[in-house]
Design a protein. Structure first.
Length: 237
């Protein structure tokens, strides 16, 4: 059954908030936030084409603005998953879903590559504990994207609860086999329509910040050549 207009609007709002927060992060960047490592920049001159201030600043700004993006999208997908649940699950789970009178307590992860051995064991212990405290319920791990073939061996080996991933996860919580397709389409709609405060795109915000910080970089270190490289080391050591 297709998503109703209310659900679509809710999902669209979550994605818009994600982009708004990324744009706000970029707009507030300062030159001191860029964590300039002179050794890293110097060894990448030929490899990355770092022969002037613009190429260096572009790389630094993009690198800094991407920090935490995957984590933020994970929280975004978890919030969307919550729209199909009865709210947060018992302690140790992120959400609860009731199907045919049975409660499912689900911990949500963004994808198949987010947990090491210790994290899997800890997650599993929490979910097993939830299941024991709520007799007759089922504990699950849900991953928002990926396939069963992509699931880490640590999950397959150390998880004591069942798990669902990608399409099967979204179908389970929404009772709609096309749910993941519709969410994907909404993401595309937001990408096409979104503007920061109805004015700028993400790329426009990014380019404006690169231009702004390039001027500051040049005032500190110079535009190119030996003087720039000497200043980079002197002022960051």
């Amino acid at each position: 059954m297709p998503l109703d207009q209310i659900k679509r609007s809710q999902i669209k709002l979550v994605f818009e908030k994600f982009l708004f927060n990324r744009m706000r992060t970029i707009r507030t960047l300062k030159i001191q936030d860029l964590n300039i490592n002179p050794f890293l920049l110097r060894i990448l001159v030929k490899e990355m084409g770092f022969d002037n201030s613009e190429s260096i600043i572009r790389w630094l700004v993009i690198q800094r603005s991407m920090t935490g993006m995957n984590t933020s999208m994970g929280f975004c997908l978890q919030e969307i998953a919550g729209l199909f649940s009865e709210g947060t699950g018992a302690e140790g789970a992120d959400l609860q879903k009731t199907k045919s009178g049975r409660h499912y307590h689900i911990q949500v992860k963004s994808g198949p590559s987010t947990m090491d051995k210790d994290a899997v064991k800890h997650m599993s212990q929490l979910l097993v504990s939830v299941q024991r405290r709520n007799r007759g319920s089922v504990a699950l791990l849900g991953m928002c994207y990926g396939t069963r073939e992509q699931v880490l061996s640590t999950v397959k080996k150390y998880s004591d609860v069942d798990w669902l991933i990608g399409r099967e996860f979204w179908e389970f919580i929404s009772d709609d086999p096309d749910c993941i397709n519709e969410i994907y389409e909404i993401a595309a709609e937001v990408d096409d329509e979104f503007r920061y405060k109805q004015e700028e795109t993400l790329s426009e915000v990014l380019e404006a910040k690169i231009a702004e910080l390039q001027v500051q970089f040049e005032s500190l270190y110079g535009k190119r050549g030996d003087d720039m490289w000497n200043n980079l080391l002197e002022k960051n050591s």
